[in-house]
Structures are given as C-alpha cells and as structure tokens.
Design a protein around this ligand. Structure first.
Ligand SMILES: *[C@@H]1O[C@H](CO)[C@@H](O)[C@H](O)[C@H]1NC(C)=O
Ligand SMILES: *[C@@H]1O[C@H](CO)[C@@H](O)[C@H](O)[C@H]1NC(C)=O
Ligand SMILES: *[C@@H]1O[C@H](CO)[C@@H](O)[C@H](O)[C@H]1NC(C)=O
Ligand SMILES: *[C@@H]1O[C@H](CO)[C@@H](O)[C@H](O)[C@H]1NC(C)=O
Ligand SMILES: *[C@@H]1O[C@H](CO)[C@@H](O)[C@H](O)[C@H]1NC(C)=O
Ligand SMILES: *[C@@H]1O[C@H](CO)[C@@H](O)[C@H](O)[C@H]1NC(C)=O
Ligand SMILES: *[C@@H]1O[C@H](CO)[C@@H](O)[C@H](O)[C@H]1NC(C)=O
Ligand SMILES: *[C@@H]1O[C@H](CO)[C@@H](O)[C@H](O)[C@H]1NC(C)=O
Ligand SMILES: *[C@@H]1O[C@H](CO)[C@@H](O)[C@H](O)[C@H]1NC(C)=O
Ligand SMILES: *[C@@H]1O[C@H](CO)[C@@H](O)[C@H](O)[C@H]1NC(C)=O
Ligand SMILES: *[C@@H]1O[C@H](CO)[C@@H](O)[C@H](O)[C@H]1NC(C)=O
Ligand SMILES: *[C@@H]1O[C@H](CO)[C@@H](O)[C@H](O)[C@H]1NC(C)=O
Length: 654
C-alpha cells in the first residue's frame, strides 16, 4: 500500500509503514435488518436512510442515505460501490420519477487511484468535517446545500466499496462500466435522478476517471442518467509529463521561496525545462498542437523507481514513485549502506545548483525536474530545509509533522458503521494501492487521454459542459498542466482558448478568489490560496464556484464570440503564466506553527529580476505593485489570513 497520492497530503510515516502489507479492498456488503428482497426500488430508501445518531455529530443533519449498491458485474454480486447522499431540501432527493426535472444533482469523487470519496465528504465539501483532534463539526459550505449531492467510493474495493478477490477493475473502461451499473441501480432507488441534470465533480486522479466515465456515457444507447456537466479539479488529465513536469518553472515563479529567491537556480531550472522540451508556449488562439513530450531518465530514476518503464510516465507511476522515493529516503528499512551510498552520490552529483547551466540535461535527475525542485527545497531552501518535509500538494506548507487528518476512527466506529450501513467485512482506509487487474504490477493500463478531442467533440454535440479548476498552491498536479490540456484540445470546433485567462472572480464576501475564463462551454477556474484539496483550503470560494460556475451559468470570464469582449474584463496583471503565491511559508509542526517571510530586500531583488526574466504584466510600468494589488490582495486581509492558518491545520494528514 504505497498509494496515498492524489487525494491527500503526503504522509511519509504511513506510507513507509504500509508499504508491504495493507488492505486490498476485498469484502462484501453487510445485510442490515430490514433489507428489502428483490431488485432496487424506492422501497430501498427506507433501508438506506441514515436514522441512528452517530458519535460526535451533535447538530441536526439533513436527511441522508448511505450503503452499498451492486455494480452488476456478472458473477460478482459482492462488487458494490458505497454511496452517502445528502439532500438539499426535505424531500428533494426522494421525489418521484419525473419530478423536479430541472433540479440539478451532483456526484463527488476523490482520486488516488484507490482513494475514498469520504475524504472529500469529511475534509473538503461535505456536511460533516473531522478536525485534527478527531472531533466532528458542521461545514457551513457543504455542497449539498446547493444541490442533492452523492459522495461515491469507487472503483470497487475503494473506501467502503466492496470487491471480490481478483475482481478489481481491469482498466478505466471497466471502471466506467461498473460506474454506470451502479448508477442504473441508484436511480431505481431515487427515481427522480434519472431525468435531472447530473453534475459529476471530482479531483486529482478523477482527471482520469471522469473523462472515462464521460466516454462510457457517450457510448451508451440509453444512459440511466442525464449528464449536464463535468468538473475536474487538480486533475491528471494529460500525461504525467504534462501535469507534473511542465509546470515546474511556473511553480518556482509562483513560490520563488522554493529556490531561496535565487536567480541562478532559476536559470538552471529554465535551462533544464528547455532541454527537456517542457517549455511549451501558449498562444491565443493556439498555433498548432504541442508535440508529444518525452521523459529522459536520470540516475535517480534508475535507482529508485521500478514503476517507471521505458521513457513514458503515467499518472499512476508518478504517485507511486514520488511517494516511494520519499519513503525510501526516510525508510529505516533501507539498508544503512544504501542510504550512505545515496547520500554520497547525491553529494557528488548535486549540491548547489547555481552556476550550473551548461547545456546538458542533468545526469542525476534527468527530466524529473519536479522532483529535482522538491529535493532542492528540502536540502537548501528555508524553512523546508529545517523540517526536511515537503507537501507537494500544498506548497506553502512546510509543517513537519502535519496535524492529523484522519477519518478512520469516526468511520470505523461501530455506531457510525451501523448508521451508514457500511460493510463489516472490511475496515475503511482512506487509500489503497489500487490493483488494476489489466495492468503490470496493478498499474492502470489505460492510455493517457488520447481521446480527449473525441470526448470534447462528443461533449459539444451532446451539450455536456466541461469545467477544469485548480488550486494555485498545488505543485504535483499544477494548473499549467491543465492549461496545456485545454490549449491542445479542440472543443466547439476550435482548438484551445482564443484569449488568455485573465478575468478575476470573487467570493461572496467580495474577496479576490482567482481567475476564470470561459469559451464554448469550457470553463477554467484558478483558485488563489488553495492547494490540491481546493475546497478544504477555500471552502467559501469553492462554494461560490460550485453555485456560479458549475451548477450555474455565471458568465464572468466568458468571451463573447461576436464582439470579442469578455464579461468581467481582462486584467493585465493576471495575464502572466503564473499567479504569485503568498509570501508566508508555514513551518514548525501542525500544532505549533509559525510563518516565515524572507527579508524584504531579498523579495524586492527577486521581483526586479523576474520582471525582466519572465514579466507577468503586459502593461507598462512596475509589475510588483500591480501584482500585490491584483494577485495577492486576498492575503493582505487579516481575517482571510487567519482563516488560512486554520485551514492549513485542518489539511495536515496523520
Ligand atoms: C445478503 O442478502 C442477499 C439477498 O438479499 C444474499 O444474496 C446475500 O448472500 C446476503 N449476504 C450475506 C453476507 O448474508
Ligand atoms: C461474496 O461474499 C460472500 C461472503 O463472504 C462469499 O461467501 C462469496 O463467496 C463471495 N462471492 C464471490 C463470487 O466471491
Ligand atoms: C420531511 O418530509 C417528510 C415527508 O417527505 C416529512 O415526513 C418530515 O416531517 C419532513 N421533515 C422535516 C424536518 O421537515
Ligand atoms: C463519442 O461518442 C460515440 C457515440 O456517439 C462513442 O461511440 C465514442 O466512444 C465516444 N468517444 C468518446 C471519447 O467520448
Ligand atoms: C518556447 O519559446 C521559446 C522562446 O521563443 C523557445 O526558446 C522555445 O524553444 C519554445 N518552446 C518550444 C517547446 O517550442
Ligand atoms: C497535443 O495534441 C497532439 C494531437 O492530439 C498530441 O499528439 C500530443 O501528444 C499532445 N501534446 C501534449 C503535450 O499533450
Ligand atoms: C519525443 O520522441 C519521439 C519519438 O522518439 C519524437 O518523434 C518526438 O519528436 C520527441 N518529442 C520531442 C518534444 O522531442
Ligand atoms: C554539465 O554538468 C554535468 C553535471 O556536472 C556534467 O556531468 C556534464 O558533463 C556537464 N556538461 C558539459 C557540456 O560541461
Ligand atoms: C469523538 O471526538 C473526540 C474528540 O472530541 C475523539 O477523541 C473521538 O475519537 C471521536 N470519536 C469518534 C468515534 O470519532
Ligand atoms: C493484485 O491482483 C493480482 C491478481 O490480479 C493478485 O495476484 C495480487 O495478489 C493482487 N495484489 C494485492 C496487493 O492484492
Ligand atoms: C457571477 O459570479 C461572480 C463571482 O466572481 C459574482 O461576483 C457575480 O455577482 C456573479 N454574477 C451573477 C450575475 O450572478
Ligand atoms: C453551451 O451549452 C448550452 C447549453 O447546453 C447550449 O445551449 C449552447 O449552444 C452551448 N454553446 C456552445 C458555444 O456550444
């Protein structure tokens, strides 16, 4: 079990402990008292309704339903998905067939592969949240207050979903078939869902799941649901080169703290980026397709990764290899001699990167430039160098250790389990190392998204809209990768966006929340001050986002195809390749934390340098004050800062 990856912040200790053994998801659903016999029907609403109180939930929850539902895999009645549904208003989810046909409903999925979507429910966008002291508290920004919402553990075997030994999904196509087998049964229980507009939302490895689910949908003669929109956050949509390597330099520009604001180190990374072919240039409209990117292996890859085959990367291997590599370097199990050897090699190959650009790809790291950046920060850049820890899901977090973020006590509690009709044959874990039966070593054998333009064409024809969103502080699946996918995909008959995203959007309190851009039913949203788990870091902004840009059709950022004007305007200081991050880096431990800000002269020297190296503004004049005004406005406000500190605490994992 080395697979925590995309759903949660990295948890070194857990990864190390869990490496050799761990749950594989096998189990079967529990038949609780009163289970109806026969096929799924509205009669099952009574069975699934969550009536008994749970530990620590002292406030009144709206009506909700939970349990396992068969995915209809022939020969495997134990293959089920676990769902937990919360209705928006009393009676909205239990409406009869054909009723409420305009009322949207939503699905939330976490990634992994192998992560439970209850992570999303309990730490991101659901009505119950679990704190760092394991207590439960109400989330005022729960997504079910905007639409009936269903959190689903999938594929089979994930979270409280059950699977027979050896009957995990083979690949993403089977994942899609299972998912619709489940949905067909779900709408028998809640018949109004069959005809109401469905919004499928998720994050991380959902950048793979959701496009395949959508592809399956387009292939069905009589789909059981009516898909309206998909929304993917910090998603693994493109290849690993695209989502992880390409963004490395913009990540440095966003948080120059990572390289101690050192221009020489910056030049070094710029050169490596160029030599690896990762310096993709966006044009609006996009001029031709990007080339297929390649990955040059270095020594560090050879020694520490077995998951990487050939010169291609895939979405799953990255997660495994980064986690692995960190685990390996920390692991007590690694022979002392090996650790010393690694240390010596590393010293010989790489100390200070300044003065190093010399026209060749670094032999130690090869094109693994994202890892090279993390390694650099942990060894040379304060405060990461002090804690020797790096949360690649949330750059400004250098806390070591992080505060606990653990739902297993709550979910595995006997009372909770019985209340939500969860299986008793297996315990809930947040992530398993998903064992795809069709791939080598359990890896996902599915192609990188070669079919995206086909999917986009189908989506345009079938009026399914697409939302791609990102947290600006995520370094692993960073926004520039998502932008590469958008610029390289044809939708609504044209490739990519024709104008550069640079329209601000605001949360309900009127604070700057990030950038939004919309063309031909594709919407791109960047969140300021959020890492990989966007709604955990920015619950209020994520709530506005869901209401306006996912469920709603707010036109901010929309390019008017006739006049060419943009709703909400364009702001030159937002038109750079990156949105500056905060100045503060959090360090210490999850319970005693401080913030570090570099000396102002260091910051000023960097701003002067970067203004020439990669100007953020196309307008004349000094960029730095404009940057502060536009890009960092939110951070200057005391109350926002305070809520940011609290959120950081909640984000930490055990
Ligand atoms: C649960 O009930 C179903 C029929 O309703 C039956 O097929 C299955 O074997 C039962 N499972 C267990 C574990 O008792
Ligand atoms: C499903 O689970 C039940 C209960 O453990 C078990 O008896 C049965 O063999 C399982 N079915 C398959 C096909 O493995
Ligand atoms: C919710 O609606 C049901 C009928 O659909 C009714 O029995 C129940 O009293 C209502 N509950 C609340 C809290 O309004
Ligand atoms: C596009 O839709 C067709 C059916 O019209 C389907 O056969 C095909 O698999 C779909 N492809 C994708 C990538 O959605
Ligand atoms: C992007 O533009 C720069 C500057 O013109 C150029 O050096 C580089 O080769 C371009 N990148 C690619 C992948 O074409
Ligand atoms: C861009 O699209 C082309 C054509 O579909 C594809 O061959 C290429 O791999 C894509 N490049 C990237 C970087 O995604
Ligand atoms: C990647 O490798 C392929 C096959 O060797 C080659 O055709 C392609 O040009 C390379 N792409 C880049 C960006 O160098
Ligand atoms: C560039 O630096 C690397 C690492 O020190 C070294 O292996 C390589 O030979 C150098 N290349 C040139 C052309 O100097
Ligand atoms: C309930 O909350 C307390 C902290 O207030 C915690 O210690 C305990 O583990 C929680 N119980 C469950 C079952 O989640
Ligand atoms: C993964 O599945 C294969 C069979 O498909 C099985 O041999 C192997 O033991 C499984 N691994 C785990 C960790 O369950
Ligand atoms: C659209 O969303 C923005 C969020 O930035 C909000 O300020 C604005 O009021 C919304 N417009 C409408 C028409 O609701
Ligand atoms: C966007 O979607 C709406 C609703 O399905 C549809 O009416 C409209 O034609 C679409 N616009 C474009 C440019 O495809």
């Amino acid at each position: 079990m080395i697979a925590v990856y995309l759903a949660l912040g990295v948890i070194l200790a857990v990864i190390v402990d869990a490496q050799d053994s761990g749950p594989n998801g096998v189990g079967y659903p529990h038949n609780y008292t009163g289970i109806p016999s026969g096929d799924y029907s509205p009669e099952w609403q009574n069975y699934f309704q969550v009536i008994q109180p749970f530990p620590n939930v002292t406030w009144t929850l709206g009506r909700n339903w939970a349990g396992n539902i068969d995915v209809q895999r022939p020969g495997h009645p134990n293959n089920t998905l676990f769902f937990w549904a919360f209705e928006k208003t009393n009676g909205s989810l239990t409406a009869a067939a054909g009723e409420n046909s305009d009322a949207p409903w939503g699905i939330w999925l976490n990634g992994g592969p192998g992560s439970s979507s209850l992570i999303g429910l309990l730490f991101e966008n659901g009505p119950i949240h679990i704190g760092p002291d394991y207590s439960a508290y109400a989330n005022n920004y729960s997504w079910n207050t905007l639409a009936d919402y269903v959190w689903i553990d999938q594929p089979v075997g994930t979270g409280f979903s059950t699977v027979d030994e050896g009957a995990w999904v083979a690949d993403e196509d089977q994942m899609g078939v299972d998912f619709f087998g489940f949905l067909e049964n779900l709408v028998k229980v809640f018949p109004s869902l069959a005809t109401r507009p469905l919004y499928i939302t998720g994050e991380s490895y959902c950048g793979t799941y959701i496009p395949y689910i959508t592809k399956t949908y387009f292939g069905l003669q009589n789909p059981p649901v009516k898909l309206a929109k998909i929304a993917i956050g910090d998603g693994t949509i493109g290849s690993e080169e695209v989502f992880e390597m390409v963004p490395t330099v913009t990540t440095i520009e966003t948080y120059p703290q990572l390289i101690g604001y050192d221009p020489e180190v910056y030049q070094y990374f710029k050169e490596q980026e160029h030599l690896c072919g990762y310096d993709l240039n966006f044009t609006y409209p996009q001029n031709g397709h990007f080339p297929t990117l390649n990955f040059t292996r270095g020594i560090v890859d050879g020694s520490y990764s077995s998951a990487r085959k050939g010169n291609r990367l895939n979405g799953q291997s990255v997660l495994t290899t980064i986690a692995d590599r960190y685990a390996a370097s920390e692991s007590k199990q690694l022979a002392k001699r090996d650790r010393e050897m690694r240390r010596e090699l590393w010293k010989a190959e790489k100390r200070d990167l300044s003065g190093r650009p010399n026209g060749t790809i670094d032999p130690w790291y090869g094109c693994y430039i994202h890892f090279e950046l993390l390694d650099y920060a942990v060894n040379f850049s304060y405060p990461w160098s002090a804690g020797k820890d790096f949360d690649f899901y949330d750059i400004p977090d250098a806390l070591s250790p992080e505060a606990p973020q653990d739902a297993s006590i709550f979910l595995n509690d006997k009372t909770t389990r019985a209340a939500i009709h969860a299986p008793t044959s297996k315990d809930w874990v947040e992530s398993i190392n998903y064992n795809f039966t069709g791939g080598e070593d359990g890896n996902d054998p599915s192609e990188p998204m070669a079919f995206l333009t086909d999917l986009a064409t189908n989506a345009t024809d079938r009026h399914v809209s697409v939302v791609i969103f990102s947290g600006n502080d995520d370094s692993l699946v960073a926004h520039r990768g998502s932008e590469v996918v958008i610029q390289n995909t044809t939708f609504g008959g044209i490739q990519g966006f024709t104008r550069k995203p640079s329209t601000p959007w605001y949360d309900d309190a009127g604070s700057f929340a990030g950038i939004v851009h919309q063309e031909r039913n594709w919407t791109y949203v960047l969140f300021q001050g959020a890492g990989h788990l966007v709604s955990a870091a920015q619950p209020a902004a994520a709530y506005t986002f869901l209401r306006e840009f996912v469920l709603g059709s707010n036109q901010t950022g929309l390019v008017d195809s006739t006049s060419g004007s943009i709703v909400g305007g364009e702001v030159a200081t937002l038109a750079g390749d990156y949105l500056p991050g905060g100045l503060e880096i959090f360090y210490g431990s999850g319970t005693t934390q401080s913030t570090y800000v570099a000396p102002s002269a260091t910051i000023a020297a960097w701003e002067k340098f970067i203004q020439t190296a990669d100007p953020i503004t196309t307008a004349a004049g000094s960029g730095s004050s404009k940057k502060n005004a536009a890009g960092r406005a939110g951070f200057g406000i005391g109350s926002l800062m305070a809520s940011f500190v609290v959120t950081i605490t909640l984000l930490r994992c055990s």
